[in-house]
Ligand binder design. Sequence first.
Ligand code: GDP
Length: 433
Amino acid sequence: MFEKLRSAFSDAAKSLGEKELNEKDIESILFELEISLLESDVAGEVIDEIKSDLKEKLIGSKVNKHEVEKFVKVSLISSISALFDAVEKVDLIEKINEKKKQGQPFLVLFVGINGTGKTTSLVKIAHLLQQAKFSIVIAAADTFRAGAIEQLREHTNRLNLKLVAQNYNSDPAAVARDAVLYAKSHKTDCVLIDTAGRMQTNENLMQQIAKITKVVNPDMKIFVGDSLAGNDTVNQAREFHKHVQFNASILTKSDADAKGGAALSIVKVTSTPIIYLGTGQEYPDLKPFSKETFLKDVFGSLDDVDIKESPKPEPQLESPKPEPQLESPKPEPQLESPKPTVVEELTTNSSDDPFEGINDDDIATYSDLYDIPPPENDNDAIKLGNKIRKWIKDGRLEPGESKTNEEIKDDVHKQDKEEEPKKKRGRFGFLKK
Ligand code: GDP
């Protein structure tokens, strides 16, 4: 990993070490460093910052000629270390636990361009969370790419996880909402939402992701980028961050990345951390990103350098079990437009499901018609289930049809009141306070 970046920095350190330190020398070496960093996929603004930091340190210092190499190395390490420190630390496991304590599912939206490893990373995260004993539901909200739903189903079958999916070309926001409703009614800890990675236009794609975000209000948005795609990945991260304001990134294929600059650039360009690195094609091939490991990979030993990394809690996992193999049987995208196929129903087999007997389309249609947000808790879910049942019984009226919207809202209001005493009875254990 990161050979290119390592040689860029070590050449800079060595070259300066052989010269007297005058401004002209420094300029010429900084130029060499800039070229090497560009070749290592480090973004322009990152290079500028590293260069100006180093220049400032070198020009202002009286360094013994024989100490220059070490001085440059330490300066570079501290510049890069500061760059990583400037962004907030994000601990996925801790965040899920916080939400779990409030009795709420933690919603994660995965965004990124097709082919970068978004789906693979999503299922790797699912596997990691499963090992950490969290319950998970996955939403197949890429309803655009042929094969996307089957690819996820294959993984969820292998990992024995719940998948919520609808037809191709259906509304991805409705799929995400169904998964959230499922999670709320089944007290599931996490909802992992896959999204499309390509659409007719980039604008369509960003609008679609914005709609999902508006409808389900995810707790965390993760950008997935391919480290092999270098500056393209940095540009994708910039573009997605502009529209989606993601909170963190996963950088895939770092097992095959000899350059390493994308990690540095994404952090600087988006001011968000990289939380995991994809290191292969199997489920366990996901490593927490560590600044220290990155710096060691690039600079070798960090002796004599104080990088003051605050210790990061690592997710505690179970002792390793035989791992299911990933193999990624990805159906090739078909050229003709995908035909609608019913892929999976939101089936429940427990009697404590507030939406028992109601099909997904009815939930989605009702919520769209009356602009109902996903329920915040099981109590709301029970009420919503009752409203939908009544609406179905009344003939699935649309606003303006025989009953006015106001009349329906009145009915719903009355129904809410009628339901108040029932709450105490506690259809679900947790309501019996
Ligand atoms: P998506 O279109 O973004 O959902 O991409 P996929 O998840 O289908 O991944 C595309 C290809 O990249 C598949 O062949 C994956 O096995 C492969 N892949 C994903 N992550 C990694 C990784 O970290 N390392 C390696 N070597 N391959 C990966």
